[in-house]
Design a protein around this ligand. Structure first.
Ligand code: SF4
Length: 254
């Protein structure tokens, strides 16, 4: 008869005990885009490892990605509407942007978005409850839309994850579309002109306006403190881009 030998007690499975809350990046959800029904997914990163973004500071970051294509090739081909929708700064609008003296989207798709996509595209989504636990455990604020537009997601996902985080900031470029309206309580409308700012505010949104150098500023608008202080103030402490603060922000496009 083979007898087992008496050994030391087994180590507790810390990962199981914590429900994987020590995971720094996770695919949370996958499903159809509210814009066109094509498959997208939500990834949250920097839950443990801090972001080195000098403007935002150490936020947890939410990425809304196409499940069908790599972000840099999709953006180049104009095949990024499922996650970026009607955003005027999509690279495919290059000629329009050039003709109007506007800058294209500042997100470098072949860097962080591509690396996140390659590591998480085939992952099984962890689901809402596990993502909420991880956010609560992180103690971080959630930055919606490090890439992609949060309004492409189900609003319940937005509400639950925003509540689980210590605070949240973010914008949507879909503010003029019906499906995005429930996001007014969670996101700022991202606009690129004085006229669009007035239009979005008339619809009930607070606004984040990225406009040309020398553009007029309305009395009720606040210059983004990160811009104004060269990042001495970061999003983690500012948090004005949460509509519950009741402010409207303006910044020079970058
Ligand atoms: S206004 Fe505040 S929260 Fe919004 S982008 Fe600027 S620093 Fe970040």
């Amino acid at each position: 008869m083979q007898l087992a030998t008496l050994g030391l007690p087994r180590k507790p499975n810390t990962k199981r005990k914590l429900g994987m809350v020590n995971q720094t990046s996770m695919k949370v959800w996958q499903g159809p885009s509210a814009y066109d029904g094509r498959p997208i997914y939500l990834a949250i990163t920097n839950l443990v490892r801090d972001s080195v973004n000098r403007k935002t500071g150490p936020t947890a970051n939410a990425w809304i990605m196409s499940a069908e294509a790599e972000p840099h090739t999709a953006a180049k081909a104009g095949d990024d509407r499922s996650c970026c929708g009607d955003c005027v700064r999509r690279p495919a609008n290059g000629e329009y942007l050039k003709a109007n003296g506007m800058k294209a989207c500042y997100v470098v798709k072949h860097e962080a978005p591509l690396s996140i996509h390659r590591s998480l595209k085939d992952a099984t989504p962890v689901g809402l409850e596990r993502a909420k636990r991880a956010l609560e455990h992180s103690g971080k604020i959630l930055r919606w839309g490090a890439y992609g537009d949060p309004a492409m997601l189900p609003i319940e996902l937005g509400r639950e994850l925003s509540s689980a985080a210590q605070d949240h900031v973010g914008y949507s470029n879909q503010w003029h579309l019906a499906f995005a309206q429930p996001w007014q309580s969670l996101l700022m409308a991202s606009v690129s002109s004085f006229e669009a700012m007035l239009q979005a505010q008339a619809m009930g949104w607070h606004t984040f306006r990225a406009d040309k150098l020398g553009s007029a500023i309305a009395n009720h608008e606040t210059i983004c403190p990160a811009y104004d202080t060269k990042n001495a103030v970061q999003c983690v402490s500012c948090k004005l881009c949460n509509p519950k603060r009741g402010r409207d922000v303006v910044i020079v496009e970058h």
